[in-house]
Write a protein that binds this ligand. Structure first.
Ligand SMILES: [Zn+2]
Length: 241
């Protein structure tokens, strides 16, 4: 393993969540040569594909296929690897197999950073399920007694990415990431999501708003676009600044 190369795991409930909420972070890390791997639990075929269901003759399999193509293309543009689990949506089904697959992912990738959903989201049970699952799986991967061919996990920090309706999800933006250098890449990835065109402008506006906050909180006027994250565990440091 190349020590200089960092590893980021992004656990996304549905096909496009990682693009809206963390596309900038993914593109930024990838642009620096780091490894970013997206674990996409479901295609969001029932709940987050409304643009496709409006078309005549649409079937569940066709929706899943299209969402697979969209998310694969978006991941490629962002510079990330992606793995699909097809665990279903509305509801997302957490099986023993899914849990074990995810533990093995954490063990084999050994991420230094983990991004996922908030544990509160009154609009979407799959998001909260994914958050809970990610937190649990991280802990299982740390347990030396959990069967695996890979070494047990250390203690990578977890960050919640910004939910769709921030205030309703008790989300506090305590990390603002400057994504200005890669914002065009994020836009290109968002434009892969033809099933949810209504969100393109919405997340551009969110990035501008967080960019303004980034400039305000850092004194750096060059920050135009940003993404917000919430840290789960304390920052461990040897200096306060
Ligand atoms: Zn979602």
């Amino acid at each position: 393993m190349d020590a200089a190369k960092e590893r980021v795991l992004v656990v996304s409930a549905h096909a496009a969540d990682f693009v809206w909420r963390a596309g900038g972070a993914i593109a930024l890390y990838a642009s620096r040569g780091h490894r970013v791997r997206v674990l996409c639990l479901s295609y969001g075929e029932r709940g987050e594909s409304q643009g496709l269901w409006k078309k005549e003759g649409m079937t569940l399999d066709r929706v899943k296929q299209i969402r697979h193509e969209e998310a694969s293309k978006a991941a490629e543009i962002l510079g990330a690897e992606i793995r699909f689990f097809d665990a279903g949506d509305y509801p997302l089904k957490v099986t023993d197999q899914l849990i074990d697959d995810l533990v093995q992912e954490f063990r084999s990738v050994q991420p230094q950073t983990v991004l996922t959903h908030t544990p509160v989201d009154p609009y979407n049970g799959d998001h909260t399920e994914t958050s809970r699952l990610t937190m649990n799986v991280r802990v299982y991967a740390q347990a030396m007694g959990y069967p695996s061919e890979h070494k047990h996990l250390g203690a990578p920090p977890v960050f919640y990415f910004e939910p769709h309706q921030t205030e309703m999800c008790e989300f506090k933006p305590d990390v603002i990431l400057d994504i200005t250098p890669v914002f065009e890449t994020k836009v290109k990835a968002m434009h892969c999501m033809d099933a949810q065109v209504h969100l393109w402008n919405y997340y551009t506006d969110v990035a501008k708003r967080r960019g303004t906050q980034g400039g305000r909180n850092s004194g750096n006027p060059a920050i135009v676009y940003a993404e917000a994250f919430q840290r789960v565990y304390p920052l461990v440091t040897n200096e306060i600044k």
